[in-house]
Design a binder for this molecule. Sequence first.
Ligand code: SAM
Ligand code: DTB
Ligand code: SF4
Length: 380
Amino acid sequence: MFSTRSVLRGQLRPSVAVLHSSFYSSLSSAAAIQAERTIRQGPRNDWNRDEIKAVYGSPVLDLLFHGAQVHRHTHNFREVQQCTLLSIKTGGCSEDCSYCPQSSRYDTGLKAQKLMTKDAVMEAAQKAKEAGSTRFCMGAAWRDTVGRKTNFNQILEYVKDIRGMGMEVCCTLGMLEKQQALKLKEAGLTAYNHNLDTSREYYPNVITTRTYDERLETIKFVRDAGISVCSGGIIGLGEAEEDRVGLLHTLATLPSHPESVPINALVSVKGTPLQDQKPVEIWEMIRMIATARIVMPKAMVRLSAGRVKFSMPEQALCFLAGANSIFTGEKLLTTPNNDFDADQLMFKVLGLIPKAPSFSEEPAKAYEAEACEEAVSSSG
Ligand code: SAM
Ligand code: DTB
Ligand code: SF4
């Protein structure tokens, strides 16, 4: 028998049959094996942590390739959803999340503000819609919504009216109670963002004012209320690869996979305890995105915070690996985002198509056809 190494060096020429039966199979990475299984069997939530660790640790180009395979099998690979964020209640938060510029514990120069008025919120939503965004996400710097009845009722109105404009609506308001999740559903909320951020083990290094289980409880209330769950995390907090795997394992073994999984690269903000963290490399993002794509094939995987640091070719690799959603608009919540015109140019250059909102079949089809025509005419 010849060795794999001698074939690789071109010293032997095995028959095609031999190449297929033993040579290539001996080179199969965990990414290849699990991607093939995902394509064959569809989503599953009985992943064990070692399986995900092996996928994450596959040779990066192989992982990228198999993320792309699963992506193309499950989604229209040209479609990328544009979502817009608005911080409707900024700063002054009682929590100590060590990455966050909005915590009142850190001096980041951010001025705390009250809940934005309805007119201001609706104006921002209209602007986002006109700019091609199909999901509007409102964020509030709160630990939870308990004891905030007036503000909460106001937000229910915002949700109803923005949904009435034909946009998907998402909120991220901190921890919820069961009743509040039901009220948000009744108001027409599409999705609720509640990130687990990192692994259960690393969580206390990042946040001490709440527990992982409290986060999971809110996610359960949201899911039980029939609202789509948006939950992901941040890399670059000083965590180990094992923690990134731990986060993906928790998400992929929830009773149902989150509808969307934002992958944030830390935006290191001066004044926060994480201000001096070393920047996240593109290969780390690609590993997270491709692994998320393989283990949660149907989820929208969102290339989220930190995108501003990545060039167009780097972002292209993220889309190839399986990302199919971004935040567009000049700001994320409080930090700068990619330039709007640069994003539109990126869609044109890469041949991407803006994804239609997904609650209504008919308008979505019309929008898709329009977007397709536009993309074809603009890429020619
Ligand atoms: N207060 C709510 C909460 O914590 O759920 C909602 C707002 S919070 C700002 C939303 C998410 O933004 C966080 O869960 C975190 O993942 C992300 N985030 C906050 N600051 C960030 C930063 N500096 N870099 C990257 N992601 C960040
Ligand atoms: C998510 O995972 N990332 C977004 C959204 N969900 C709410 C927020 C990113 C915030 C980045 C820091 C800032 O702009 O304040
Ligand atoms: Fe508050 Fe949310 Fe920021 Fe944590 S991430 S400090 S809960 S706004």
